[in-house]
Structure formats: structure tokens, C-alpha cells
Design a protein around this ligand. Structure first.
Ligand SMILES: [Zn+2]
Ligand SMILES: [Zn+2]
Length: 260
């Protein structure tokens, strides 16, 4: 069994065929899905999807791209309120994106802190998005030492950042980028991270792995990513599937209550 630990099932790309996409995933053994919030206004859609499908869980959070649109004074309470839904199992995606810098750095950092506070209050894991912001990401997390757990999603950073994340108890999630020939840093990370700290994800509808590169991504394709990582590590695919699924349940413990 595989779990797609990070996808965006409410996005318009799935408007016409979500049910079929989940069925195609199921047929390949992808049986659990974590659909990720990027703007609080999406929460109602995410929670509706999670209520419809037993094996879909969701998160609450504001993507760093959108951090500038939220009031730091009320953000924490807004997230806390939305996180009461029983199928909310994590907080995010939050973090820092200095590559695109769609929001200025200051609101990104403030938003990241508020998310960590909620995650700590509710004892939920964080889903962290970080790009070209290694030092600040680690510095913010270190302000909350021992109170933050979670996953660095769609890991595309350096081996050094991976080591820092692992040292702090975080999991590393590998996306379809690992199947791209030039993604040497991701290959290195996918080989280096201990098997008990790895997750797999699609980040669908984005970043389809080879052999679907350039098309719409969907949860079924996480199998290609898993196959690639198993081969890189020289282990059988079922061993990778079993480990990454166990890791998912160890981190997102609430999913054990309702995933069939
Ligand atoms: Zn992301
Ligand atoms: Zn995402």
C-alpha cells in the first residue's frame, strides 16, 4: 500500500474526474491521500472532499506564497478554528519560499511562526514548504525547539538542509522530481535519508513524474516516484511502500482513526 502524502485534490484540475482519479490510484495500491490547504478559503472544499472519501485526510494552512494576504493578528485563531474538523490531521502547507517570493519575507516568517504555534497547541504535524530559504527555515523552527514536528514536503533542497531537518526529527517527503535526470540533489537525498524517515508524494496536480512529465499529475503516479526511489536505494518496491506508509501513520497519527 502507498499513501500520497501531499496532493491538492480541490484544485480545478480535478473538478471533472476526482472520483475516477482516486479509483485509478486505488487500483495501483495507492490507498490513502492527504490533501493540502494553501488558502483558508479552500478549507470548506477540502473538508467536504475529506468527508466524502474515508481515506482522504486534509490539512489547514496558508502557503508561503499567500502569506501577505492574511492578518498576522488573527491568523492563529482562524487556523485553530478550521483545524477542529475531525479529518484535519496536519497544519500547512507553511514555510518560506524565497525563490518566487510571491509574498515578502517578513509576512512569510510571521505566518510560519503562527502555524508552528497552532501545530504545537493542537499536537499536529507541520507540512513545510521551503525553497531557497534554508537558514531562515531552520532558524524559525529552532525558535520552537522541541515543539515542532512534521515533514519537509517536495524536498528539493541540499543534502545539508536534509541533514538539518533529520537532526530535528523531521521527515523528508520525495516528489516526482526525483525521477528527473538532472535532479541530482534529490537523488542524493532520496538515498541518504533513513528509510524510517521517508515519505512519498505527488504534489498533484503539479510535477508529474516520468513517464508522465508535463501532464497533469494525479495520486496514482506516486507509484512511479516510489519505484524510482526503491531502485536508487536498491531495495524491493514493497519494502519502500511498507516503510513510507508506516512513516505516514507515525507522523499523521490521527489518520489511524479513520483510514480504512
Ligand atoms: Zn509546496
Ligand atoms: Zn503543495
Amino acid at each position: 500500500m502507498f499513501i500520497d502524502s501531499h496532493c491538492h485534490l480541490n484544485f480545478p484540475e480535478f473538478k471533472d474526474d476526482l472520483e475516477q482519479a482516486l479509483k485509478r490510484a486505488n487500483d495501483l495500491g495507492v490507498q490513502g491521500f492527504l490533501t493540502i490547504n494553501t488558502r483558508l478559503s479552500e478549507s470548506i472544499d477540502l473538508q467536504r472532499i475529506a468527508d466524502t472519501y474515508p481515506n482522504v485526510a486534509c490539512t489547514v494552512g496558508v502557503h508561503p506564497h499567500d502569506a501577505k494576504d492574511y492578518d498576522n493578528a488573527t491568523l492563529k485563531d482562524e487556523i485553530l478554528g478550521l483545524a477542529k474538523h475531525p479529518k484535519v490531521v496536519g497544519i500547512g502547507e507553511t514555510g518560506l519560499d524565497y525563490f518566487y517570493e510571491h509574498s515578502p519575507r517578513e509576512p512569510q516568517i510571521m505566518s510560519f511562526h503562527r502555524h508552528i504555534e497552532v501545530a504545537s497547541d493542537r499536537n499536529l504535524p507541520l507540512v513545510i514548504h521551503t525553497r531557497d530559504a534554508d537558514a531562515d527555515t531552520i532558524a524559525v523552527l529552532d525558535d520552537h525547539r522541541d515543539n515542532a514536528k512534521g515533514v519537509f514536503h517536495c524536498f528539493s533542497g541540499t543534502l545539508n538542509l536534509c541533514k538539518k531537518a533529520l537532526d530535528r526529527g523531521f521527515y523528508i517527503s520525495i516528489s516526482g522530481i526525483v525521477t528527473f535526470k538532472k535532479a541530482e540533489n534529490v537523488h542524493a537525498v532520496a538515498k541518504y535519508a533513513p528509510l524510517d524517515r521517508l515519505l512519498v508524494e505527488t504534489d498533484a496536480p503539479y510535477l508529474a513524474p516520468i513517464p508522465h512529465r508535463g501532464k497533469r499529475n494525479e495520486p496514482a503516479f506516486v507509484v512511479h516516484t516510489a519505484e524510482y526511489i526503491a531502485e536508487l536505494r536498491g531495495i524491493p518496491l514493497p519494502a519502500l511502500a511498507e516503510a513510507t506508509t508506516a512513516n505516514f501513520f507515525n507522523l499523521f497519527t490521527k489518520t489511524k482513526e479513520f483510514f480504512a
